[in-house]
Design a protein around this ligand. Structure first.
Ligand SMILES: *Cc1c(COP(=O)(O)O)cnc(C)c1O
Length: 484
């Protein structure tokens, strides 16, 4: 019997409790609380003992799959190991107990870290200034596009309302452009998976605000024509936005600023080892070239004449995008990661992640269809199983991987192929882990012909098997139901 077989939710027993508080000495309803704000009846909550609660949540956590429990090759997400030292520094009370409204004079250390982290990100990317305020990659995209729009408007160039986005782009790119009030124009990829210059050039006119690109792109391919693209976009008066979600492939080796990009975001929860907190806090710092630095949102850290750190907002800013200065705890973790790696080791991240990806790709391409067979960067995409005669789909392969103890790769993205399986192994996995994954993928390819039914009904070993994903998304059950 697995632990989750006995996991039950109906634990409540009338009068049972796991807490006690001393008498407050106040009347039940103190005079100083307006009656309208007081409850007429106690809230209905489950009544459980402390061990009930502890076991319930510990067992629930055991049903989860995380990067601490196993290999997590989710493409485009860079699920690398989250070093524990990051947690230690971020949790230091000197940082974790700060209040955002404290006077700058009392938070000099935190402001210095903000400034130093911005500086490290500038040197790693070739940008000239960073704001660390955005809370996610997509939030960074919106921030960057606001800067782009403001740049054109500030020059009186009001007709630039269109943003070019490749057909291989992550869904957040067109979504952010739309949220920013810009019109999205798609540009096609060639059969080789790169931006088609012949399709791009005719789109470049004086209505174009800029182009959003991911490099390496979502197929894990380096856009080798980037210098020509940058030249053409700039000649047409547009700017280049770099979606930095794939920066892990290039870290320490190649800089977006040197490729000609003007604006970019980084996902600290991808490249810089901070946790993907189950939808929880992330950080999407935005960097810009020198000509755009004054447009970044505030508040920002400023070095005062006496050498101390202050907080300021640029009068030209494209607008505020966060209440204060970002998810400081997340920034602390990324700062720690960069310092722990140091200048020498940070250069190894990209090459090792590329090596891992090519190793897995080459070890599986005889059994899985590889639509673009070139050398990849940190990730690559298969178009399902090579043998189509069994009817086994990418979904079946992904579900079966769970039985073998691996998180599934990204599936059905990018949309360029019908059976996409996008695999990103990252540099923090050992050769043994990669070999075990390759072994499971090869076993699944074999099962597809010998025992397809087992694949179609997989997974067989997890607490939840094939939930109705549409129902889960459209009618999520987010709170406990007493059944009344
Ligand atoms: C993850 C990702 C994003 C969005 O980043 P979030 O931090 O999840 O908002 C954008 N583009 C690409 C290519 C990504 O992989």
């Amino acid at each position: 019997m697995k632990y989750y077989d006995k996991l039950i939710f109906e634990l409540s027993r009338k009068g049972r409790k796991g807490w006690s508080l001393p008498e407050s000495g106040w009347e039940d309803t103190p005079d100083n609380l307006p009656a309208a704000l007081c409850r007429s009846a106690a809230p209905r909550l489950p009544e459980v003992s402390e061990p009930d609660v502890v076991r319930h949540y510990v067992n629930l956590s055991g049903m989860n799959f995380g990067v601490d429990t196993g290999f997590y090759p989710l493409g485009s997400c860079t699920m690398k190991y989250n070093p524990r030292i990051n947690e230690e520094t971020a949790a230091h009370p000197g940082f974790s107990s700060l209040h955002p409204l404290q006077p700058a004079g009392t938070v000099q250390g935190a402001l210095r870290i903000y400034a130093e982290l911005s500086g490290y990100l500038c040197s790693l990317t070739g940008m000239s200034a960073f704001t660390l305020n955005p809370f996610a990659g997509a939030h960074g995209e919106l921030t960057g596009l606001m800067v782009m729009r403001q740049y054109h408007l500030g020059r009186g160039d009001t007709g630039r309302t269109r943003v070019i986005v490749p057909d291989s782009a992550h869904g957040t790119n067109p979504a952010s452009a739309a949220v920013c009030g810009l019109e999205v124009v798609e540009v096609k990829s060639t059969a080789g998976g790169l931006i088609d210059m012949d399709a791009l050039l005719p789109l470049l006119d004086d209505t174009v605000a800029g182009i959003m690109m991911t490099n390496p792109n979502t197929l894990g391919l380096f856009e080798s024509g980037i210098h020509r693209i940058a030249e053409a976009v700039h000649a047409a008066g547009g700017l280049l936005y770099y979606d930095g979600a794939n920066m892990n492939a290039l870290l320490g080796k190649v800089r977006p600023g040197d490729m000609g990009f003007d604006i970019m975001h980084l996902n600290l929860h991808k490249t810089f080892s901070t946790p993907h907190g189950g939808g929880g806090p992330g950080a999407g710092p935005v960097g810009v070239s020198p000509a755009l630095a004054h447009l970044l949102p505030g508040p920002a850290v400023r070095r005062e004449e006496d050498g101390s750190y202050g907080i300021a907002c640029s009068p030209d800013s494209a607008g505020r995008i966060s209440g204060f200065m970002g998810n400081f705890g997340v920034l602390m973790k990324a700062y720690t990661y960069i310092l722990m790696l140091g200048k020498e080791n940070v250069r190894k991240v990209g090459p090792y992640s590329v090596l891992s990806a090519n190793y897995v790709k080459e070890s599986l391409k005889d059994l899985y269809r590889l639509p673009v067979p070139s050398l990849c960067k940190h990730e690559f995409v298969f178009d399902g199983l090579g043998d189509r005669s069994t009817g086994v789909t990418t979904l079946d392969v992904a579900k079966r991987l769970l039985d073998y103890g691996f998180h599934a790769p990204t599936i059905y993205f990018p949309l360029l192929f019908h059976q996409s399986i996008m695999i990103e192994p990252t540099e923090t996995e050992s050769r043994e882990t990669l070999d075990a994954f390759i072994g499971a993928m090869r076993k699944i390819a074999e099962e597809a012909s010998t025992d397809p039914e087992t694949l179609r009904t997989a997974p067989h070993s997890t607490p939840v098997r094939r939930p109705d994903e549409t129902l889960a998304a459209t009618h999520p059950v987010l709170k406990y139901d007493f059944g009344e």
